[in-house]
Design a protein around this ligand. Sequence first.
Ligand code: ZN
Length: 109
Amino acid sequence: MLILTCPCCGMTGEETEFHAGGEAHLQRFGPGSTEDQFEEYLFMRENPKGVHFERWRHVNGCGKWFHAARSTTTLEVYGTYAAQTHEPPQTLRDKITAKVPGWTWREFQ
Ligand SMILES: [Zn+2]
């Protein structure tokens, strides 16, 4: 069971308090993009063994969206942060790097 803390209202609860919204930090493509870019945006998702960034919504609370970083292997939640960001805060990335040696932001690119 995941235990998440909503960064908007500060409430901590089990994952049933929230609703998962898929992968975070997707790069969106608009008019003028190639078919390959649009296909990637629509269908291609990360499926990492380890650190993963996801969108969550606090459906049984404040109703706001936020991002969470967690491990897909241990279910440890490294932290949550506001959804209005293009990348995780540096403090969170430092925390993950300390716990997962060798991990770097967007190491998959
Ligand atoms: Zn909330």
